[in-house]
Design a protein around this ligand. Structure first.
Ligand code: LLP
Length: 433
């Protein structure tokens, strides 16, 4: 019935999430409110971890792509589950380190890292830096030299794979701002250059072909392309690549028609392809890294809003306005992302209306969904939006000076605040006259 495994209905006919009454939580903690199911997050982490053990003899590491949701609590959870993390900025790195995340299990990404961030990464002793381009390579080498260090690096490669997803979240093709291209020889040249530098050590290659992908084929193809390139590097440059990071991008269910692949199925088929291809190319099996973000946290999240005005425009549409919108969920305005909605206090009622769910920002495009089938909405109802655990809080803004909502983590039927709701004072704390 629901797209999220964490959802249910109680005897009051209220929606529950991770076993708790969403209406009660909304009342107690106010709205908008993000809820997260810690047990499901942990289950997802374990699913990835055990699939590497089962299908690839444990010769790998799962890195949680923390851009999906970055906070002290999530780094702690992921760390306890034995995963590494992918961070993409000094801010994410700082949050991970502050949560006590072991630096050697942190992979530092980014297509335009600053000098300050590279120094911070080297000082912190991050496990790997994923180098994006030549400017970064030479900057990193000279910073490492000054600091008397050698950085273990991976290169971000564009394998030239079309992963059939939204243009803005497709990253593996040649026209992408991320990484160096295989087709043009750029990737080969940068590795050759790196091999002449003293303060970087090339250990691996990375690719990430896109996000919200439902097919296995592009992942299998990417693995083949990358291994073929690893063989070329070995044969022509005498460099042995020991780590292959295949990125993230595994799709999740936002609406009923989404059909995600089972994540252990991914590892089963990709490890089969890796083993076969390595055998054919005479390569030793590399350590495999995966970087799931969305598929660890998205379905484990729900946002609760309070309905305000319901504006019926005869023969046009009905706007159901809520007390949040693009500031806490910019995914509709950015990607026309679809979601599943329920009125949490009217779960038993029939979804008799077709409405547009509107946010409260001064922007006509500030919608959360159009053609949404919903129970009849009235002011004061609690509207629940599913699958909001990824790329919502992390992409939230203060547009119209809206304070960011609180995040509640629910574990074993008990909730705790892991990010406090911002106050008006928080909004001006860095303002000066
Ligand atoms: N690794 C790298 C290098 C990435 O760039 C990304 C996502 C991931 C891993 C994790 O991908 P995931 O498993 O979460 O799909 N804001 C967009 C998604 C942007 C994804 C950016 N990179 C959205 O809300 O759909």
């Amino acid at each position: 019935m629901f797209v999220s495994k964490s959802a249910g209905v109680n005897d009051k006919n209220h929606l529950t999430f991770a076993g708790l009454d969403v209406v009660e939580l909304a009342k107690e903690y106010q709205t908008p409110l993000y809820l997260m199911d810690e047990n499901l997050i942990r289950e997802n982490c374990r699913l990835y971890r055990t699939s590497i053990e089962k299908y690839y003899d444990g010769n790998g590491l799962v890195l949680y792509a923390s851009k999906a949701f970055s906070s002290l609590a999530i780094y702690r959870i992921v760390m306890e589950e034995g995963l590494g993390v992918d961070v993409v900025s000094g801010g994410e790195l700082f949050t991970a380190i502050s949560a006590g995340f072991p630096a050697e299990k942190i992979y530092f990404h980014g297509n335009n890292k600053t000098e300050q961030e590279l120094v911070y990464a080297l000082e912190s002793g991050v496990g790997r830096i994923v180098v994006d381009n030549l400017t970064e390579l030479s900057m990193l080498n000279s910073l490492a030299k000054t600091m008397g260090k050698t950085a273990d690096i991976l290169f971000r490669i564009k394998p030239g794979i079309d992963a059939h997803t939204h243009d803005f979240i497709m990253t593996g093709q040649i026209d992408s701002k991320f990484g160096v291209a295989l087709e043009t020889g750029e990737a080969f040249d940068i590795i050759k250059t790196a091999s002449t530098l003293e303060n970087v050590h090339v250990v691996g290659l990375h690719c990430h072909i896109g996000s919200q992908i439902f097919d296995l084929a592009p992942f299998e193809e990417a693995a083949k392309v990358m291994l073929t390139f690893i063989a070329k590097i070995k044969n022509e440059l005498g460099i042995t690549i020991t780590e292959l990071n295949l990125g993230g991008g595994f799709g999740i269910q936002y609406v009923e028609s989404d059909t995600p692949i089972a994540y252990d199925k991914y590892m089963e088929s990709v490890s089969g392809v890796v083993k076969e291809t390595c055998k054919a190319l005479g390569l030793a099996l590399p350590k495999i890294l995966l970087e799931p973000g969305r598929s660890i946290v998205a379905s484990a999240g729900l946002t609760a809003y309070t309905v305000g005005n319901v504006k019926n425009i005869p023969d046009v549409r009905t706007y159901v306005s809520v007390d949040g919108g693009m500031a806490d969920n910019p995914r509709y305005i950015l990607y026309q992302a679809e979601y599943d909605f329920e009125i949490a206090n009217k779960i038993g009622d029939e979804k008799s209306e077709t409405v547009t769910v509107a946010g409260r920002c001064c922007e006509s495009g500030d919608l959360l969904g159009e053609n949404v089938h919903l129970q009849k909405a009235e002011a004061g109802d609690i509207l629940a939006v599913f699958s909001t655990g990824a790329y919502q809080y992390s992409m939230a803004s203060h547009y119209n000076r809206l304070p960011n909502p609180a995040v509640l983590m629910i574990k074993d039927g008990k909730e705790r605040v892991v990010i406090k709701r911002e106050s008006y004072e928080d909004l001006i704390k860095n303002d000066l006259y």
